[in-house]
Design a protein around this ligand. Structure first.
Ligand code: NAD
Length: 264
């Protein structure tokens, strides 16, 4: 099926790599105009050059509220409206545990991973209300936003908090026709995941088999996720096919969060 996002305008943060990039390319293929936002200017500009006309890059640090406000303004200047806000950018962050973590480091992770999602909701919802159009907001949490034991402390806490924002937004914004959902990827081959296996980001593709083998024990569907697996779910939740779906957190994880990893 083509044209599932025909004439929609979408913003995707973290769109220069991994899940955000796969989603941006899928959204464009389905007829959307897309602004990708990222701190990686070189990668973002390369993606923009491959999709002249339908996709624009905007340099943006999602941890900075004013950057997200300017990002929404850029999408309006460029494409005239906004229909979809996909809050996806993220990092693994400080791996310190409870006895070592510094408050400043924990706060910075919450600002980047969760505060960015709040900013995305705030400025997208303002624009949707200005347009009187409704709109779709999607945010990337994680299997680590649903369960402990998947990732580091700060990441786990910040990703859980995204679920709270999505549920609060569903309650507050539904009267304006604005939907808010989340996707919770399981282990998915991308630079961020490669780094958590000690593989340098630039070698993530070459190490797909290595990562997939380690993931097979975590996920009943015995392979690592691919960015396009997550992009497929994002496409559905951002499209009008999901017009009666709000407040859900959809695991896209090969069944990982459906099972316990204990083997009694
Ligand atoms: P990735 O590293 O390939 O992509 C993340 C992108 O976000 C990069 O382009 C990076 O430059 C950008 N970014 C980082 N900090 C930013 C900032 N402050 N402002 C703007 N952009 C910034 O990783 P990915 O796997 O595609 O991750 C995308 C999202 O999926 C993240 O939120 C991540 O936590 C989440 N996630 C990933 C996995 C996985 O296994 N890969 C699993 C669960 C959740």
């Amino acid at each position: 099926m083509n044209g599932r996002l025909q004439d929609k305008v979408a913003i995707i943060t973290g769109g220069a790599s991994g899940i955000g990039l796969a989603s941006a390319e899928r959204f464009v293929a389905e007829g959307a105009k897309v602004v990708i936002a990222d701190i990686n200017d070189a990668a973002g500009r390369q993606v923009e050059a491959r999709h002249a006309g339908a996709l624009r890059f905007r340099s943006c640090d999602v941890a900075v509220d004013a950057d997200v406000e300017a990002l929404v303004a850029f999408a309006i200047e460029t494409f005239g409206r906004l229909d979809i806000m996909f809050n996806n950018a993220g990092i693994q962050g400080d791996r310190a545990g409870f006895t070592e973590i510094e408050a400043t480091s924990f706060d910075a992770m919450l600002r980047l991973l969760t505060g960015s999602v709040l900013s995305g909701h705030k400025y997208a919802a303002r624009q949707f209300r200005r347009q009187n159009s409704g709109g779709a907001i999607l945010s990337t949490t994680s299997a680590a936003g649903l369960l402990g034991g998947y990732s580091n402390l700060g990441y786990t806490a910040a990703k859980h908090a995204i679920v709270g924002i999505v549920r609060a937004a569903t309650f507050e914004l539904a009267p304006y026709g604005i939907r808010s959902n989340a996707i919770a990827p399981g282990v998915t081959v991308s630079p961020i995941m490669a780094s958590s296996f000690g593989v340098p980001a630039e070698h993530a593709d070459a190490f797909q088999d290595f990562i997939a083998e380690r993931c097979a024990v975590l996920q009943p569907v015995p392979r690592a996720g691919r960015p396009r697996d997550i992009a497929n779910a994002a496409l559905f939740l951002c499209s009008d096919e999901a017009e009666w779906i709000s407040g859900v957190v959809l695991p896209v994880d090969g069944g990982g969060t459906a099972i316990t990893h204990c083997d009694p």
